[in-house]
Design a protein around this ligand. Structure first.
Ligand SMILES: Cc1cc2nc3c(=O)[nH]c(=O)nc-3n(C[C@H](O)[C@H](O)[C@H](O)COP(=O)(O)OP(=O)(O)OC[C@H]3O[C@@H](n4cnc5c(N)ncnc54)[C@H](O)[C@@H]3O)c2cc1C
Length: 428
């Protein structure tokens, strides 16, 4: 940038998913608008690049807004209006129209057909260039002045370098500087805590079994005044428990877990489809009809056989014990291990495929019809800077795409209504 102050229609702080998508969308809506993306680092779209293990889990196969919002422990209510304007189906169409075909996996996650996040990055880079959205790297914005008479923002990089705009989008993700900027405008910040992590558990029942997966379990975690439940696949790792059901629990109980310093007990039900009554009937049937059949090779529920052996060991049931021999007390232990197996979480581990921050700009201070601040007119928010986050599966990006889209539409409406006023069209 050269030394005289530049005036642009839309300045976007943060060259991530939300920032890029909002810039591109405004350029599509108002082709003459001057748009800049200011990125603090030397690279843009870095999280998109590493997302989904390098494949980019763009969004989720969930096109019903009322169901979609249930995946957001924070933001469920506010996102209803945002998703009614732009939802996963719309993102897929947008990508398809822009040369990025996608595919839906069995678990509902949606990826580019190429299985590479580079397809999304290339598309965004091509679009910003084609539409004239300017991207400035190594531009860390630490302070922005707001003139409440002329309603403009003044972004000062150095004594000689200034940018003036009437619409400013904070899309700085989970960065501290972004949150500080929001605070400087009078916004409150909900204290950030991590979300989407695995549970570290040291327990002989899962030792030596990393990699073992469970198709469907129910997990329950209780705190003093709150109970959290989740259901889905789970996975034993080198450090403890992970998998979608655990990650979901980590998201919904993010605040309580942080308060407990990640020390809490939880219970796993390995038989979510069969009730305790039915399991008791199954045991009675075996004792009556197959008393000589050994427990070792007769799993009461479809658990992986290596885990079944650990369960028998935990219940002190001998390898050679048959249904006719097993004591009533041992059966009670067995049912407990199947329906309410208790584990102790000792710490958390970052889930490498995806992790996010819970907390950020207080949702009560944002108008979700426009993504605009209720405090400062012309100030917008999108993406992870907001106190909005989701379970794993592409929902976090969907929050970025949808918020970015709605913000761009609102800026476009404003630019169109103010077309007569000479704030735009200064090239930089
Ligand atoms: C390893 C990993 C994998 C993930 N995988 C998935 C996935 O597959 N699917 C999914 O839905 N979600 C995934 N997520 C979550 C998802 O990446 C985030 O929700 C999303 O990237 C948030 O986008 P954003 O634009 O809000 O912020 P970011 O992507 O963090 O972008 C913010 C940008 O702003 C810049 N910035 C910060 N402060 C300033 C400043 N003061 N001035 C200028 N620039 C600034 C930063 O450098 C950054 O480039 C993953 C997260 C991680 C960490």
């Amino acid at each position: 940038m050269n030394t005289s102050p530049r005036i642009v229609d839309y300045a976007i702080l943060g060259g991530g998913a939300a920032g890029f998508f909002s810039g591109i969308r405004l350029a599509e809506l108002v082709p003459h608008a001057s748009i800049v993306i200011l990125e603090s680092s030397s690279n843009v779209l870095q999280k998109v690049r590493v997302s989904g293990g390098g494949r980019c889990n763009i969004t989720h196969n969930c096109f019903e807004v009322s169901k979609l919002v249930q995946n957001y422990p924070r933001g469920e209510r506010e996102l209803k209006s945002v998703f009614s304007r732009f939802q996963p189906k719309d993102m897929l169409k947008w990508l398809e129209d822009h040369g990025v075909p996608t595919k839906i996996e069995d678990d509902g996650r949606i990826f580019p057909i190429s299985d590479s996040s580079e397809s999304v990055i290339r598309c965004f880079m091509k679009e910003t260039e084609r539409l004239g959205v300017k991207v400035f790297l190594n531009h860390l914005v630490q302070a922005v002045k707001y003139n409440d008479e002329s309603l403009v923002f003044e972004i000062e990089f150095s004594k000689d370098e200034k940018l003036i705009c009437r619409h400013l989008l904070l899309a700085t993700g989970s960065s501290k500087t972004g949150r500080r900027l929001a605070e400087s405008f009078g916004h409150s910040i909900v204290t950030p805590v991590p979300s989407l992590f695995s549970f570290n558990v040291k327990d002989s029942r899962i030792a030596e079994l990393p990699g073992l997966s469970f198709r469907n379990v129910k997990i329950e975690m209780k705190f003093e005044d709150k109970k959290f439940k989740s259901e889905g696949p789970a996975l034993i790792t080198h450090w403890g428990w992970s998998g979608p059901a655990i990650l979901k629990l980590s998201a919904f109980a993010a605040r309580e877990l942080a308060a407990s310093e990640y020390r809490s007990s939880f219970k796993i039900n390995f038989s979510p489809d069969k009730s305790e009554t039915d399991l008791r009937k199954d045991v009675a049937y075996r004792r009556e009809h197959y008393p000589t059949r050994g427990l070792k090779n007769d799993r009461l529920v479809p658990l992986p056989s290596r885990y079944w052996l650990k369960v028998l060991e935990a219940c002190e049931i001998d390898d050679r014990c048959s249904w006719g021999q097993v004591s009533k007390a041992a059966i009670e232990k067995l049912l407990k291990e199947i329906l309410r197996a208790e584990f102790e979480m000792e710490a958390r581990t970052t889930y490498k495929e995806e992790f996010v921050t819970a907390g950020g700009v207080d949702r009560r201070e944002v108008n979700f019809q426009t993504m605009q601040s209720k405090i400062i007119p012309g100030l917008y928010f999108a993406g992870e800077i907001l106190d909005i986050d989701a379970v794993t599966g592409g929902f976090n990006f969907q929050n970025c795409w949808s918020g970015a889209w709605v913000a761009a539409e609102s800026v476009a409406d404003d630019l169109r209504s103010k077309r007569a006023e000479p704030v735009s069209c200064v090239n930089i």
